[in-house]
Ligand binder design. Structure first.
Ligand code: SF4
Ligand code: SF4
Length: 459
C-alpha cells in the first residue's frame, strides 16, 4: 500500500449514508440554466439566443484562450441568455433552456468509426470538443492538461481518492462503470505514450478497487490500482502524486514539474465517452447528503439542473437546515440559495441541520502547533493567521500563503476553532491586491519617467 503524504487529517468519512446507494437518474427537469463559466479560465461566449431550438450535445458556448466549450444538456428551446446566480457566488451569464422532453441528440455528436485507430491529435481534439474539465472540482480544461503534458509526463495518475467526507460519486462510478474508467485509462496511456496508468484509491473503497481490478484482468488493460491509506487531503493533486510516486511537487509548482498528470475518475469516464461516442459533457453525478437531507442519494442529472430539484428528489430538506454547501465540507462553498445550477465541477450538495458546525465567536490561539503538523504543504498556519489578521502582507507572502490549498486540515484540528482557512482566503486576496497595486504603481512611474524624458528632449 502506498505511503501517505506529509501532514493531513483523518476526519470521519460520513460516507455510509450514500456509498451503498446506486446512482439514480433524475427525472428530466423542465428547465436547465447552463452557466457560461464551468471551467478554469475566461467564461465562454454564448452561441445561441432566446428562441433558438437546441439539441442534446449541441455546442452553445465557445471558449477563448484557456477554457472548454459548453453544450446543451437537454433538447428544447432557449428561453433566455442572461446572468443568473451560480454556485461560485454572484451571477454568471447563462443559457436557460426549456426542455421539450424529446431528448433529441444533436447532429454535432458523431462517434468515431474506429476509436482505436485515432491518432493522438485526433483524440485530444475529441476531448477538447467534448468540453471536458477536471470533474473533481478543479475544472481545469482536460485537453490543455493532456496536450501540455505529452512528452513531459511519465506518470499518468487517476485520482480515485475521494477523500472529502460525504462524497461518494466516484466510488459509485468505480462500482457501476468500471469499464468506462479502465477504457478512459487505455486512451490516456495511448495519448501520453506510457506503459501503464495508476489509479490511486483510498482503502475505504475496497469493493471499488475489486470492481476495477476485475475489468483490468478481463481486458488485460495497462492499468494498476494502487490502494492508499485514508488521509485527507489525499485527493489533492500534489498529495496524490506524493502518495503514489514518493516525489514532491515543488512549492508553487504543478504535478507536471515532477512528470505527473492527474485526472479524476469521472474525468476519465468523460474521456472514454468522448473518444468512443463523440459525447460531450452534458451530465454530472452529484452526492446529495448531510444531516439536513431527508434521504441522501447519488444522483445523475443534466448539467444546469437547479440544485433545488436534487433536494426535492431526496425528499426535501429537514426543518432547521441552516447551511448548504456545494462540494465537500472541508473545501466546499457555502450557498445562499438553492436556485443555483449543477455545473461540471459540482460533485456534492450538502445540507446541514445538526451540530456539525462548532464555531467560536472570538477564538484565541493556544499555540499548540497542531495546525503546523496537519498542513500538507508545510506551512505555519498560526503565524499566517496573525499576519492576515493584522494585514501584514509582506510577511504573509514570505510565509508562502499563496501555496495554501485551502484544504481546511488546519482548521479541522484546531482546538481553539480558529477561522484559519477563511483567514487564508482573505490573506491570499491581500497579497494579490498588493501585487496588482505594486504593478500599477511601477507602470505609472515608468510612464511618468518616459513623459519627463520626452519633455526634456523637446525642450
Ligand atoms: S491549532 Fe489552532 S490553537 Fe493550535 S497553534 Fe494552530 S491556530 Fe493555534
Ligand atoms: S488550509 Fe492551507 S494552511 Fe491550512 S492545512 Fe490546508 S494548506 Fe495548510
Amino acid at each position: 500500500m502506498a505511503q501517505a503524504f506529509f501532514g493531513g487529517v483523518h476526519p470521519h468519512d460520513m460516507k455510509a449514508a450514500t456509498n451503498e446507494k446506486a446512482i439514480e437518474q433524475l427525472a428530466p427537469p423542465a428547465e436547465v440554466v447552463i452557466p457560461m463559466s464551468m471551467h478554469f479560465g475566461a467564461p465562454c461566449t454564448p452561441l445561441v439566443k432566446a428562441g433558438d431550438p437546441v439539441k442534446v450535445g449541441q455546442k452553445i458556448g465557445e471558449f477563448r484562450g484557456l477554457g472548454a466549450p459548453i453544450h446543451a444538456s437537454v433538447s428544447g428551446k432557449v428561453k433566455a441568455v442572461e446572468p443568473r446566480p451560480y454556485s461560485m457566488g454572484g451571477n454568471m451569464m447563462s443559457v436557460v433552456i426549456e426542455n421539450d422532453f424529446q431528448d433529441t441528440l444533436s447532429e454535432e455528436v458523431v462517434a468515431p468509426a474506429d476509436p482505436d485507430a485515432l491518432s493522438v491529435d485526433e483524440m485530444v481534439e475529441l476531448v477538447k470538443n467534448a468540453g471536458i474539465v477536471g470533474m473533481g472540482g478543479a475544472t481545469f480544461p482536460t485537453h490543455v492538461k493532456i496536450s501540455g503534458g505529452i512528452g513531459k509526463v511519465d506518470h499518468v495518475l487517476i485520482n480515485g481518492a475521494e477523500c472529502e467526507p460525504y462524497i461518494t460519486g466516484d466510488h459509485r462510478t468505480m462500482l457501476e462503470r468500471p469499464e468506462e474508467i479502465i477504457g478512459g485509462c487505455r486512451y490516456l496511456a495511448k495519448m501520453f505514450g506510457v506503459d501503464k496508468v495508476i489509479i490511486g484509491v483510498e482503502d475505504n473503497k475496497q469493493n471499488g478497487i475489486d470492481a476495477m481490478n476485475k475489468v483490468i484482468a478481463e481486458t488485460n488493460a495497462p492499468v494498476v490500482v494502487e490502494p492508499l491509506r485514508c488521509r485527507y487531503p489525499q485527493g489533492g493533486e500534489k498529495q496524490l502524486c506524493q502518495a503514489i510516486t514518493g516525489k514532491q511537487v515543488p512549492p508553487g509548482g504543478l504535478p507536471s514539474n515532477i512528470g505527473c498528470a492527474v485526472f479524476n475518475i469521472n474525468t476519465t469516464c468523460a474521456i472514454y465517452r468522448a473518444i468512443t461516442k463523440g459525447m460531450p459533457v452534458v451530465s454530472k453525478i452529484v452526492t446529495v447528503s448531510g444531516s439536513g437531507v431527508m434521504e441522501p442519494k447519488n444522483i445523475e442529472c443534466p448539467i444546469g439542473t437547479p440544485v433545488s430539484l436534487l433536494f426535492d428528489a431526496c425528499g426535501g430538506l429537514k426543518d432547521g437546515t441552516y447551511k448548504i454547501i456545494a462540494g465537500g465540507p472541508m473545501m466546499g462553498m457555502a450557498q445562499y440559495t438553492v436556485d443555483v445550477p449543477v455545473g461540471k465541477g459540482t460533485g456534492a450538495m450538502l445540507a446541514f441541520c445538526g451540530k456539525e458546525e462548532q464555531t467560536v465567536e472570538h477564538p484565541q490561539c493556544i499555540r499548540c502547533g497542531k495546525c503546523v503538523a496537519a498542513c500538507p504543504v508545510h506551512l505555519e498556519p498560526l503565524f499566517m493567521y496573525q499576519y492576515a489578521e493584522k494585514g501584514m502582507v509582506d510577511e504573509l507572502n514570505e510565509a508562502h500563503v499563496m501555496d495554501c490549498m485551502e484544504c481546511g486540515a488546519c482548521a479541522y484540528v484546531c482546538p481553539a476553532r480558529m477561522h484559519l482557512t477563511q483567514m487564508f482566503k482573505t490573506g491570499k486576496q491581500l497579497v494579490k491586491n498588493k501585487a496588482a497595486a505594486d504593478k500599477a504603481a511601477a507602470e505609472a512611474k515608468k510612464a511618468k519617467e518616459a513623459k519627463e524624458e520626452k519633455e526634456a528632449v523637446n525642450k
